[in-house]
Structures are given as C-alpha cells and as structure tokens.
Design a binder for this molecule. Structure first.
Ligand code: SF4
Length: 553
C-alpha cells in the first residue's frame, strides 16, 4: 500500500492527536468516493473566522512584495479534453525550482516535496550573501505574537525545503502588529512585522529534529485499519485549536445543557470537576484519594477542600450539593435582596461586535471589538417586560456613530443597565465614549449605570447540569436552559453564539457582488436571513436575562 501524501496541516493534525489525522484522511477518502465518512469534520465559527483572517493577512502580505511570484496561481492547468481547471502540484514544484533559478524574486506558495510530505511555503525571499543566494522562509500568521505551533509550522516547511536541496539562511514569522490603527482605508503599511530573532532560529532548528519521528508516527497512524479510539477526548481537543471531530469523539453535537436534572440525565458516575479549579488541581486531589464520582464525595470533604476564600462565594459547595442531590440549590432570599438593590425598571443590554485582523474602517484598530448591534429589554420589578429596543447596522459602513447615538436615546438614564459579565459591555461603551467626544458624557453615564447580573446568579444559584456543562459553568448559554427550559439557543437559526454572529454580520454586510464561494454571489435572501438570525440571537441574549431575573424572584 502506498502512503498517502501528507501536508503541513495534516501533520499538524497528527501532532494534535493521531486520531484526528486518521479521521481526516478517512473523511477525505470517503468524500472522494461519494461515501459516508466515519466522522465528518464540523468547523466552528471561530475556526472559520480564523481561516478568513488568515486569507486576509495572506493577501496583505503579498501586496508587501509586489514583485513576488505566486506559484499557487501559476500552477492551475486546464485539461485539454474536459476543459476542467485544477491545481497541478507537480507543476507547482516544477515552477518553484524554475523561479528559484531566477534568484531575484520572492515566491509565494513555493511548493516542495520530500518523501510523502508536500508543503507550500507562504513566502520565500532571496537574500544574497556575496556570490551566493540563500532564501529566507517566512510563515505569515494572523496572530500578534509567536505561538508554539508557529515553530512547528516553520520547522516542517524549512525541513522539507532543505531536504529537497534549498539553501535557507533563516526562517521568520510575519505577524500582525498589535495596536495597529488604520488611518487611510486600504493602507496597511505597518500592519505586519517580521520576527526573525536568533531564538526563533534555535527553536525551529530544535523542532526540526522531531521531524523523522513525527513522519514515522503519522505513517503508522495512516496504516491503521481501525479508528485509533485509544486516543480519548482531553485537553488536546481544543489545543492549539478546536478539533472538528469533537462531536464524533464525545458523542455530543452541541454544548447545550438540557434543563433536566442530573438524576434524570447522568446514570454514569459524575466526573469530578469544579468551578474555577485552576489546572484541575482540587479535582485531582480527590481523584488521587480514590474518588471517582462527585456524588459520592462527603460534603465535609468538599468543605475542607474548598475552605476559606478560594471558593468564590461558596460556589463549589453549591455545585457539589446540586450534583449530590440532583436538585437546584438556590438562596432565593439572598437573590431577592441583591435584586432589590437595583434601580427598577432595569434594562438588559447586550452587544454584538465584529473584529478585523486588518481593520476596514479608519480610526479602528486590529482586533478591536466594534459594536454593530445591540438588544435592550426593559423589565419591571414585577418581572413584566415593558419593552424591547434593538439596533443592527449591516450597511457595511462603520456602525459605531449611529449605534452610539441610538443607544443614548434608548437607555433611560434613571435605571440600572444589566449586562451578563459586564466588563465587555463597559469596554465597548468606554471605547465609544473615547471615539465620540460630543457623546462622551451620556455614554459614560450609561457606562456607570451598568451592573452585572452574573454574580447574582453565581452567589445564589446552582443547577446540577451546570456542573457538567461543556461550555463555561456560568455562561448564559449554560444557565438559560436550566432556568427557562422553553428558551434554548439551540432552537435559533444559523446564529447561536458570538462567533456565528460575526460570520452572519460579514455575510449581511458584505459589499454588493461579494461572493461566499468562488463564483457564488451572496444573494439578497441570504443577507436578509443573516439579519433575521442576528436579531433573533441578540434578542435572546437579553430575553434570557429577563427570564433569569424572573427565576430568581
Ligand atoms: S476530538 Fe479530541 S480525541 Fe477526537 S480526534 Fe479530535 S483531538 Fe482527538
């Protein structure tokens, strides 16, 4: 049997988890043959956004070397008989060596092969030392600081290039300069910075020593006839990125809780997990002592483990009690007393924001969270909803000014503004106040009106399902189905989390004629659906807060 071709990204899949590589290759082979794969990759919105950011930064990097040759573009060939166009990797390799003879022009997507490993280097720049020309191998990344996986990426690229005879004098990362601010639309001078310090060279050289063993391990994995299920879900599933087979390996397709009690849903031993347990140290103490089921751990043991201030407001005592009894633990009097301190009616506020690795609107920075939408529910002390206001700008223009003006009109200056985890909403409002001097006073007043609903829940409520939630214990998406089972994020359309909201915004606000896939223009119906889904999602965020307040009363 011939070993299939491996690419840099497939090798990275293996590094993350051999099972991921095996599933990926099965998935690809099945799709080619029109069969159903063992498991289908499902990419999260965050991963898709990261791919999009990578493409944007790749295009900007190419513009920095206008004399460069794009090997990828040049290697598409048309079949004379069928007229079908496809990329020919052998031709790409041939073109790479041909252009390297020229020794003057940088190469994008230079293609190299060694053994069964084929790589495309983001950028190769010729550098003359005396009479000889060496090359600098550059990886272009949409991050602002070097990461461990950047080192292994560079090690793979450089190893294959050198094994196939290329003289490299150094490797480098081209990264985004943190805090880059756009002054003139389309001018990205200064967005990217080259990192090629001696430390990086040494780290990459060291990582290269692992290459033969990594390739051998990957080849052994590919030779397996059965899925290597010995690799069970763990920390590797989300590091450095979320694995697209996580649904397959965990047997779950969504992180939603059910709103049912632990008694009803978890006949199996309840794994020992705590809230805010850094590195799982406290849980490990119990596991080391022989505990296997959180329900069986005596309350006194939990109390001793979490004594003193380390257990924020006794959360883990409530967590353990909820799991042990299978019932909600709630201090209703305490919650009501906390709600009494608010100025009613309250206004529940939630923003949706978009961030661009390469800012598109002058006056904005790389990675800045720019609000394009909000939802605002007004609720009386009786629990009754008094009104709902919302804002959504999908014109594609900088939405901040219109949003800030509308927000100032919609917020009643006399009442508490509630947010879930308020630091985000406060930061967004403060940024708006800094941007628009004439709105600074009312915006800072709103900023000072904001209070956080989350700590009231954290101090007074725990549902058994929250202990085993896939997402964060006190995320609104975890808490809502526990308190109001009739409202579920999973019942929404294409937008069920912040990452999907960003993608929907990009779709709805794309310029006329924009394509979602090559040759496939975004239709009006798709734009309208994206708007509708955005309104439903953001509206549910504040409706959820209304329901949570009702449940606490
Ligand atoms: S979900 Fe986890 S265990 Fe499954 S393939 Fe991915 S990394 Fe491996």
């Amino acid at each position: 049997m011939t070993t299939p071709h491996l690419s840099k990204s497939l090798l990275n899949n293996y590094r993350q988890c051999p099972r991921r590589l095996w599933l990926e290759m099965q998935d690809r082979a099945a799709r080619k043959k029109g069969r159903t794969p063992v498991a289908q990759a499902v990419y999260s919105a965050d991963t898709t956004k990261r791919f999009l950011d990578g493409h944007v930064i790749g295009r900007i990097a190419q513009a920095c070397w206008p004399e460069g040759v794009d090997i990828e573009k040049a290697s598409w060939i048309t079949d004379e008989d069928t007229g079908h166009r496809q990329r020919d990797l052998n031709y790409a390799t041939h073109l790479t060596y041909q252009w390297m003879q020229d020794q003057r022009r940088p190469l994008f997507e230079a293609t190299f092969q060694h053994q069964n490993l084929l790589v495309k280097a983001d950028l190769k720049v010729p550098r003359r030392h005396g009479h000889r020309v060496y090359w600098q191998m550059i990886e272009v990344k949409s991050s602002s600081s070097p990461k461990d996986y950047h080192i292994t990426d560079l090690a793979t690229q450089a190893w294959v290039a050198e094994q196939s005879g290329v003289d490299l004098d150094s490797v480098a990362l081209l990264l985004v300069n943190k805090g880059f601010e756009l002054h003139t639309a389309g001018d990205y001078t200064g967005l990217l910075g080259l990192h090629d310090d001696p430390d990086l060279q040494a780290q990459v050289r060291q990582a290269q020593q692992q290459m033969p063993a990594t390739l051998r391990g990957a080849a052994q994995t590919l030779a397996l006839r059965q899925e290597p299920r010995t690799h069970q879900p763990g920390d590797q599933c989300t590091s450095p990125f979320e694995c697209p087979y996580i649904g397959h390996c965990t047997g779950k397709t969504s992180g939603q809780t059910t709103g049912k009690t632990a008694k009803q849903t978890t006949p199996q031993p309840v794994p020992i997990r705590f809230y805010n347990d850094r590195g799982g140290a406290k849980a490990q103490t119990l596991i080391d002592a022989g505990h296997t089921d959180l329900r069986q751990v005596p309350p006194a043991t939990i109390a001793r483990l979490w004594n003193g201030s380390t257990d924020t407001h006794g959360v883990n005592q409530r967590l353990a009690q909820a799991v042990r009894t299978g019932r909600v633990v709630m201090d209703r009097a305490g919650a009501q007393a906390a709600l009494q301190t608010l100025t009613w009616p309250v206004q529940h506020l939630d923003f949706e924001t978009i961030s661009f690795v390469a800012p598109v609107w002058p006056g904005t920075q790389s990675g800045q969270h720019i609000p394009f939408q909000y939802s605002l529910h007004r609720q009386a002390q009786s629990g009754q909803v008094l009104g709902h206001a919302e804002f959504l700008d999908t014109t594609g223009q900088d939405p901040r000014r219109a949003l800030a003006e509308q927000l100032v009109k919609d917020i009643d200056p006399r009442c508490t503004v509630l947010a879930w985890n308020d630091s985000f909403e406060r930061t967004v409002i403060r940024d708006l106040a800094e941007q628009f001097a004439e709105l600074r006073k009312p915006l800072m007043r709103i900023h000072d009106q904001v209070q956080d609903l989350l700590p009231i829940v954290r101090r007074h409520y725990f549902h058994p399902d929250m202990a085993q939630a896939e997402g964060s214990t006190f995320s609104i998406k975890t808490v809502l189905p526990c308190m109001a089972a009739h409202l579920q994020y999973s019942q929404l359309g294409t937008v069920q989390n912040g990452g999907e909201a960003q993608l929907a915004y990009l779709l709805a606000a794309a310029p006329p004629g924009a394509e979602k896939e090559p040759g496939q223009a975004i239709t009006q119906a798709e734009r309208q659906q994206a708007r509708k889904d955005l309104l439903a999602y953001c509206g549910l965020d504040t409706e959820a807060m209304v329901e949570i307040v009702k449940s606490l009363k």
